[in-house]
Design a protein around this ligand. Structure first.
Ligand code: CP
Ligand code: NVA
Length: 300
């Protein structure tokens, strides 16, 4: 049975902790892997990417394999070949599929027909690889996750929803401050709460920030929501991460952003470039965690 990674809900808690330890070891020891043993990973991306694409491409090479990048526009998918046919064909060539798409249903369709592992490289619902590497960025500073509070300020989007999945598996506290109407999926939150997650929701960014060790944000309009951008700019204005907002945070609180950032929208230039920002470490850790993830998926 292939190990698919469509969301962090797919990962048992102990496997998630093990992945973080492994990511840290790969990073600190510069471990050379061979889990792809010469095989090809197909990257099928329907949306733009810098970090996810390049970190998977480099990680695949440094894990003994190689990648082939394709988009719907330059394949027969763009001319209406069904995903289910694409999944079966690609399974005959590749060791695995890394897929960035809009609908989570596309990933489920691929899993249904592919004989090889499928990894979610971002969908409208989740961004599990991002949150895996962000957890590494936090745990290398704060090894006791039970003592950590992460504030999520802004849109209850795909990245926020993967944080909710993670909170159901690991003992940190997640405090989300989202505008009315832009909260994460309620069923998802309830499932996480039912699994014992420490999750709180507020509409007050100052309140969430006031107890945060890590203040996390993301764009206000995700890829595919460009038409909503103007309305969102108005609705989200009180949720901008600025020095003034951070005045409410405990001393030493760090600021996170998965990038790309829109300076002056969800985060000020001053904060993004300031001493509290750990965004470049987050970006670096994408590479280390992609390697750990490839080993977990393919190294069985
Ligand atoms: N954070 C992230 O996923 O970046 P990309 O869109 O550049 O891959
Ligand atoms: N929420 C953002 C993340 C980008 C990495 C988006 O989906 O566009």
């Amino acid at each position: 049975m292939p190990r698919h990674v469509l969301s962090l809900e797919d990962l048992p808690a102990e496997e998630l902790s093990g992945l973080l330890d492994r990511g840290q070891r790969i990073k600190s020891h510069g471990l050379i892997l061979d889990c792809l043993s010469g095989g090809c990973l197909v990257l099928l991306f329907e949306k733009a990417s810098t970090r996810t694409r390049v970190s998977f491409e480099v990680a695949a090479r440094e894990a003994g394999g190689y990648t082939l990048f394709m988009t719907p526009a330059e394949s027969q998918l763009g001319r209406s070949e069904p995903l289910k046919d694409t999944a079966r064909v690609l399974s005959r060539y590749a060791k695995g599929l890394v897929v960035r798409t809009f609908s989570q249903a596309n990933l489920l369709e691929l899993v249904r027909y592919a004989d090889v592992p499928v990894i979610n490289a971002l969908s409208d619902s989740f961004h599990p690889c991002q949150v895996l590497s962000d957890l590494l960025t936090i745990s290398e500073r704060s090894p006791d996750l039970g003592q950590v509070t992460v504030a999520w300020i802004g849109d209850g989007n795909n990245v926020a929803q993967s944080w909710i999945n993670a909170a159901a598996k690991l003992p940190f506290t997640l405090f989300l401050a989202c505008p009315d109407g832009f909260e994460p999926d309620r069923d998802l939150v309830n499932r996480a709460l039912g699994a014992g997650a420490n999750i709180k929701l507020t509409r007050d960014p100052e309140l969430a920030v006031s107890v945060a060790d890590y203040v996390n944000t993301d764009v206000w309009a995700s890829m595919g929501q460009e038409e909503e951008e103007k309305e969102r700019l108005e609705r989200f204005a009180p949720f901008r991460i600025t020095s003034e907002l951070l005045d409410h945070a405990p001393a030493g609180a760090r600021v996170m952003h998965c990038l790309p950032a829109h300076r002056g929208q969800e985060i000020s230039e001053e904060v993004l470039e300031g001493p509290a920002s750990i965004v470049w470490d987050q970006a670096e850790n994408r590479l280390h965690m992609q390697k750990a993830l490839l080993e977990w998926v393919f190294g069985q």
